[in-house]
Design a protein around this ligand. Structure first.
Ligand SMILES: O=C(O)c1ccccc1N[C@@H]1O[C@H](COP(=O)(O)O)[C@@H](O)[C@H]1O
Length: 201
């Protein structure tokens, strides 16, 4: 079964909608330049309403180690997602499972071999050096074969995720803008449609 993460949650009701629709994980964005950025207090209050066994993923983009550590002290995160130019040594220092987003857009996609200790790799549409969460897809035929569990991201939505799953068989998919009515505000219906499309291909 392909796992699903709904990223960029900024409201408690959206966290509950994701959990009730059967999502395996939610993503909380701690990258200040994102329109989905939330502070520790809001993140804690979102975590508090989640039912047990929904994984809480914290997303960082070129944050300092001190910022990641203080977030871990303040918010009960299960996984870390690094979306910038972090090195493998940086990502592995926090004592949590972690995944690294690899930029598939642009002429020189990131190399999975640089992150051979990652608990998972996430293939996303952004170009190296640019942010994600933009709703853009990448050319799936360019997806590298990776020797780690991996997550497909980038411009997924209820209309294309079934085809993506059939074509690439990822371990998991990650969506943010494809289930939103505007940045940071999710649609209950789009979340449910997305979950159905993953399940039924
Ligand atoms: O969601 C964000 O705001 C974000 C900000 C900075 C880096 C990554 C971000 N989101 C991640 O980007 C991909 C693709 O998102 P989308 O579905 O295309 O909108 C996904 O992994 C998000 O977790």
């Amino acid at each position: 079964m392909i796992r699903v993460k709904i990223c960029g949650i900024t409201r408690r009701e959206d966290a509950l909608a994701a959990a009730h629709a059967g999502a395996d994980a939610i993503g909380l964005v701690f990258a200040e330049r994102s329109s989905r950025y939330i502070d520790h207090e809001l993140a804690r209050s979102i975590c508090r309403v989640l039912p047990p066994f929904v994984t809480r993923v914290g997303l960082f983009m070129d944050a300092s180690a001190e910022t990641v550590r203080s977030t871990l002290e303040g918010v009960p995160l299960d996984w870390l997602q690094f979306h910038g130019r972090e090195s493998q040594d940086f990502c592995r220092q926090f004592g949590r499972p972690w995944m690294k987003a690899l930029a598939m857009g642009g002429d020189l996609p990131d190399d999975p071999a640089d992150y051979d200790q990652a608990d998972a790799l996430l293939l996303d549409a952004h170009a190296p050096g640019q942010a994600g969460g933009s709703g853009e897809t990448f050319d799936w035929s360019r997806a590298p074969r990776v020797a780690r569990p991996w997550v497909l991201a980038g411009g997924l939505n209820p209309d294309n995720v079934g085809a993506a799953c059939r074509q690439l068989s990822p371990d998991a998919v990650d969506v943010s803008s494809g289930v939103e009515v505007r940045p940071g505000v999710k649609s209950d219906k789009l979340i449910r449609d997305f979950m159905k499309a993953v399940k039924h291909g």
